[in-house]
Design a binder for this molecule. Structure first.
Ligand code: ADP
Length: 502
C-alpha cells in the first residue's frame, strides 16, 4: 500500500502513534500535509525547533523556531497541559531515534497516546531513519515504511533529471537498464546518484551502470541487514549435486519468463531450503542460482536482525523483505537460517524469535513477488518443524558429503581453475580413491595447497603426487566431525528429505 494511503487510513482510524522509517523527511512531510485533512501540523526537529503549519490555509501559523522554549520536553509539557492544544493536530516529531532516548519524552508521548485512545482527535507521527521503539510505547506505535519507487516511477525520475539538466535523451534500453539498477533506492538516493554519474561525464551512459551498482551496494550495506553479494560463480562451478542443479535450471526458466509462465498457470517460485554438511556447496548453490536466474543476490545477515528494542528485530526483517521485494526479481539468500530460529519449536522458545519466525513464515506463505528465497542451513535439527512443512519452500534439499563421482567433478573444477594445462596428466581416480569423506571445501583446499607447494618448490607443473601429498596433510571433514555428521545423516534420512545428489 502506498504511504499516503496508509497514513490516511491509520490516522482516520485513530491509531495514536505512527512511526515512519525514512530518510526522506521532506517528501514524507509533504505527504502528511496532503492527507492532514485541514488539521494543523505541529512539527518539531532537532535542527529547526518547533513550528505550526495550517493545512486549512496552507501557511505557517508559527514558523519553526529554535530556542529554550521550543525544546521538545517543554513543547510536549505545554501541549499536555491543555488538551485543546492537541485537538485536530498532527504532532510530527523528526529525529525520533534521538529524542526517544529521553525518558521524559517517552513518558509524555505515552500520555498523549493514551488520550488519543480515549478519543482525542490527534495523531503523533515519528520520523527517523532507524527504528527504535521503546518498550513503553510499543503497543501504541504502528510502524510504516516509506514506499520504494516502482519501475515506472524510476523511469520518470530519470527522465525528469535529464530534462532539468538539459542532457541528451537516453535510448530505451539504457533507460530500462538504469531503472532496474536503481530499484530498491529512494528518490533522494536516485537523484544523488544521477547527479554523481552526470558529474563524471557530460551525459549518462552505459558506463555509469557499474557506478550505480557500486553505490547501491554501499547504500544497501549501510542499511545494515542486507548485503549485495557480487557473483562470479556459475552453475557449472558446482561439482555434483545434479538433482539440485536440474531443479534450479527449471526454476530459472520460470523466473526468466515470468509473464509467460504465469499465463500458462505456473505458480511463482517461492524458494528453496538447502540444508546439510558444511563446505559441500550450499552457499555456492545460492550464488550460482542468482547467476543462473540472471538476477542480483541479497544476503540477509541473520545475526544482525536482532536489535536492542522490542519489535526491532521484526521491523528489521520486514525492512529487509521490503527492500528485497523492491529489488525483485532477485535471490534473497538467508544464510545460516538456523541461527535466526534456533531454540524455536522447543518449549518456551524465545519470544522475539517466535515473532520473527511468524513474520518470516507468513511472508513465505503469502509471497507473490519475485524475490526467490534460498535459505541455507548447516543444522536442520535446530529448525522449527513448521518451516519444513509443505507450502513454505518449494523444496528442501539435503546436501551430503560428495560421492566418488562428485569428488571427481570437484577435483576437475578446482584443478581446471588453477592448472588447466596439467589436467591431462593427472590421475583423477587416484585422487578420488584417497578422498572418501572429504567435503568440497576440503578438496578445494587440497588443490590449492598442492599448487602452492609445487610453485614454492620451483616445479613447472602440478602432478598427481603433489596432490596426493596434500591429501595426506589434510584431515577430512568426516574425521573432524565424525559424530555430528552421523547424527545429521540419520536425521535427514528420518525426515526423508530430497537428496541434492543423484
Ligand atoms: P557450504 O555448504 O558450507 O555453504 P560452500 O558452498 O561455502 O559450503 O563451499 C565452500 C567452498 O568449497 C566453495 O566456495 C567451493 O570452492 C568449494 N566447494 C564446496 N562444494 C563444492 C562443489 N560441490 N563443487 C565445487 N566446489 C565446491
Amino acid at each position: 500500500m502506498l504511504l499516503k494511503q496508509q497514513l490516511s487510513n491509520y490516522m482516520n482510524a485513530g491509531f495514536p502513534i505512527l512511526y515512519i522509517d525514512t530518510f526522506e523527511e521532506a517528501k514524507v512531510e509533504d505527504t502528511i500535509r496532503q492527507v492532514a485533512d485541514r488539521r494543523t501540523v505541529c512539527s518539531w526537529s532537532m535542527a529547526n525547533g518547533y513550528g505550526e503549519y495550517s493545512t486549512k490555509t496552507n501557511e505557517w501559523l508559527m514558523p519553526p523556531t529554535k530556542d529554550e522554549s521550543t525544546e521538545l520536553v517543554k513543547v510536549l509539557e505545554g501541549k499536555l497541559a491543555m488538551d485543546d492544544d492537541l485537538h485536530r493536530t498532527i504532532l510530527l516529531i523528526k529525529d525520533a531515534h534521538i529524542v526517544l532516548e529521553n525518558l521524559e519524552v517517552v513518558a509524555y508521548l505515552k500520555e498523549i497516546a493514551i488520550r488519543i485512545s480515549r478519543g482525542l482527535d490527534c495523531c503523533v507521527i515519528l520520523l527517523s531513519p532507524v527504528v527504535t521503539v521503546p518498550v513503553e510505547l510499543e503497543k501504541y506505535i504502528t510502524l510504516l515504511e516509506n514506499d520504494y519507487q516502482n519501475f515506472e516511477d524510476i523511469c520518470g525520475i530519470i527522465n525528469r533529471f535529464i530534462e532539468e539538466q538539459g542532457l541528451d535523451p537516453m535510448t530505451p534500453k539504457l533507460l530500462e537498464d538504469m531503472a532496474v539498477a536503481f530499484k530498491g533506492l529512494s528518490e533522494f538516493e536516485i537523484n544523488s546518484l544521477l547527479a554523481l554519474a552526470a558529474s563524471e561525464d557530460a551525459g549518462l551512459n552505459h558506463k555509469h551502470l557499474s557506478l550505480i551498482f557500486e553505490q547501491k551496494k554501499q547504500i544497501i550495506r549501510k542499511s545494515g541487514i542486507l548485503e549485495m553479494v557480487p557473483v562470479k560463480e556459475r552453475i557449472d562451478d558446482i561439482g555434483g549435486l545434479e538433482i539440485l542443479k536440474q531443479w534450479l535450471k527449471r526454476k530459472a526458466k520460470v523466473i526468466q519468463n515470468m509473464k509467460d509462465a504465469e499465463n500458462f498457470g505456473v505458480d511463482m517460485p517461492k524458494g528453496v531450503l538447502i540444508a546439510g554438511v558444511p563446505g559441500c556447496g550450499k552457499s555456492l548453490c545460492a550464488k550460482a542460482a542468482a547467476s543462473l536466474f540472471e538476477v542480483p543476490i541479497l544476503r540477509l545477515d541473520v545475526g544482525k536482525l536482532m536489535g536492542k528494542y522490542l519489535g526491532e528485530s521484526e521491523s528489521n526483517l520486514r525492512k529487509a523483505i521490503h527492500l528485497a521485494e523492491a529489488i525483485a526479481p532477485c535471490v534473497l539468500w538467508v544464510d545460516e537460517l538456523e541461527k535466526a530460529f534456533a531454540g524455536m519449536g522447543s518449549e518456551g522458545g524465545h519470544e522475539v524469535t517466535t515473532r520473527l519466525f511468524g513474520t518470516f513464515l507468513t511472508w513465505m506463505q503469502e509471497k507473490t513477488s519475485a524475490a526467490f528465497v534460498v535459505a541455507t542451513a548447516n543444522d536442520i535439527t535446530k529448525l522449527p518443524p513448521e518451516l519444513l512443512r509443505k507450502g513454505r519452500f518449494d523444496e528442501i534439499f539435503f546436501v551430503g558429503l560428495p560421492t566418488s563421482e562428485e569428488r571427481r567433478k570437484i577435483f576437475e573444477i578446482h584443478i581446471a581453475k588453477r592448472r588447466k594445462q596439467d589436467m591431462a596428466k593427472i590421475r583423477l581416480s587416484d585422487l578420488v580413491a584417497k578422498t572418501e569423506g572429504y567435503s568440497g571445501a576440503d578438496i578445494e583446499g587440497v588443490v590449492k595447497e598442492a599448487v602452492e607447494c609445487a610453485f614454492a618448490d620451483g616445479k613447472d607443473a602440478v602432478t598427481t603426487e603433489d596432490i596426493l601429498a596434500a591429501i595426506k596433510n589434510t584431515n577430512s571433514l568426516s574425521v573432524i566431525m565424525k559424530e555430528p555428521l552421523e547424527k545429521m545423516k540419520k536425521e535427514y534420512e528420518q525426515r526423508k528429505l530430497k537428496n541434492a545428489s543423484r
